[in-house]
Design a protein around this ligand. Structure first.
Ligand code: NAD
Ligand code: MG
Length: 401
């Protein structure tokens, strides 16, 4: 009941006519999709701040088009380039991690958290501390930060709206007034580009093959996570933190068409699903308009043309990342943060051609087996552990080669 009351109370409080907006990671796949929606309804939104890491030309172009007040480039060496690109516009140019955190922590109504990886944790927390409504795409911050992030959300009166399509689907069909009647959350997974490959066939897949997701057009890291199915593993942990369910009440179902975005099974035998074309603008739009729906020119879902929807249980043998994530969730403590840090380093090594595809999950498993899990007492512990595990994984990879 507390969960339901909290959601309703915030919905009433937090829907101003014009929303002041900040987008953390505006040049990425989610950031660009968010701006596409804002472009269609520019009178409803005021863009306060946009941030990016390296893509200074796109950041400047976006800041000018949307008349942002402030643009922040994470990579401090690009400050002069940004400053020059914005000269004469009146838009404030800033650079570096401190500026990023400061921008994220400047009060607005709505923040899109769309930085990739654990790098999104500090800025997301800074936004949480302002009590804003946060559209959360950056699943890694919740995987690493878990309960401590949620404690801050509660303490600061912030609202987290799930943008990940599966969690957004669950959010749309979750009966907040009868949480005790929920039997199971069922996260759907496309299965990625290698759904039908054997382990032997996966050994030599290329970077390009792994990046070519059959249904979704996404950033590089999440595309590789989808190919290993670590993405679904991270989402399992994310779902546990976002919804009031126990760890064993979340299941995964492979659904190659990515039409049913996830389901909630109730104790009376009803199972509710949210469906749509695989386009991230739908969940982003839901978060932008929440608690109202926000109309945009979405691609219609034409089930008659699609014809057949198929479902199957996941294969934990061919996709060991699923097993590792499930076990990290069960173990708790720092295990999910260790899983995430090792995975980020391994995915980066794969993208740079240093390791093969199967070595991604092998590396994560090796690190999980070697590291002793700790209890996080404060946020600083998470940052420290993230740094330590990333360094440990780098060394482990160097020793491999
Ligand atoms: P992306 O790689 O396309 O974009 C990432 C953004 O983060 C860019 O703007 C980049 O400049 C910024 N960034 C990268 N490293 C940074 C750093 N160290 N410091 C500050 N900024 C940094 O990624 P994406 O696909 O848009 O995904 C973003 C997040 O949303 C990820 O957590 C991903 O798991 C999640 N997500 C994405 C999708 C999708 O369809 N793309 C769907 C669901 C969830
Ligand atoms: Mg997802």
């Amino acid at each position: 009941m507390e969960f339901a009351a909290r959601i309703a109370e915030r919905a009433a409080l937090k829907n101003p006519a014009t929303k002041r907006i900040t987008i953390l990671g505006s040049t990425g796949s989610i950031g660009v999709s968010t701006l596409k929606l804002i472009r269609e309804a520019s009178e409803d939104f005021d863009v306060e701040c946009l941030t990016a890491h390296n893509n200074v030309s796109l950041l400047a172009q976006q800041a000018i088009e949307f008349s942002a007040k402030r643009a922040v480039i994470g990579n401090a060496s690009l400050y002069e380039t940004l400053k020059q690109a914005l000269s004469g516009t009146g838009i404030q140019a800033e650079a570096g991690e401190e500026a990023l955190i400061d921008a994220a922590g400047t009060p607005v109504d709505w923040v899109m958290s769309a930085i990739v990886g654990a790098a999104g944790l500090a800025p997301t927390l800074a936004a949480v501390k302002t009590g804003a409504t946060i559209a959360l795409a950056n699943k890694e911050s919740l995987v690493c930060g878990g309960d401590l992030v949620l404690d801050n959300v509660k303490k600061c009166g912030a609202t987290l709206l799930p943008v990940d399509s599966e969690h957004n689907a669950i959010f749309q069909v979750f009966d907040t007034h009868q949480t005790e009647m929920v039997e199971r959350l069922i996260l759907t997974a496309s299965g990625g580009p290698f759904l039908n490959l054997t382990r032997a066939d996966m050994r030599d897949v290329s970077r390009e093959q792994a990046l070519a997701h059959p249904n979704w057009d996404m950033g590089a890291k999440i595309s590789i996570d989808s190919a290993t199915m670590m993405n679904k593993g991270l989402e399992l942990i994310e779902a546990y933190h976002l919804f009031p369910v126990e760890k064993d009440q979340i299941d995964i179902l492979v659904h190659p068409q990515s039409v049913v975005h996830s389901l909630v099974e109730y104790r009376d035998g009803s199972t509710l699903a949210q469906m749509g074309s695989p386009d991230m603008r739908t969940p982003i739009s839901y978060a932008l308009g929440w608690p109202n729906r926000h109309a945009f020119k979405a691609q219609k879902l034409e089930l008659g043309k699609i014809g057949t929807l198929t479902f199957m249980d996941p294969d934990f043998e061919r996709f060991p990342a699923l097993r590792l994530a499930k076990s990290a969730l069960k173990t708790g403590k720092s295990a999910p943060a260790v899983l995430n840090a090792a995975n980020e380093i391994a995915v980066d090594a794969f993208l740079k051609g240093r390791i093969g595809f199967l070595e991604i999950s092998e590396t994560v498993e090796e690190v999980l087996n070697k590291i002793d899990f700790v209890t996080f007492n404060e946020i600083a512990d998470i940052f420290e552990e993230n740094r330590r595990v990333r360094a440990y994984t780098q060394t482990a990879l160097e020793q491999r080669s």
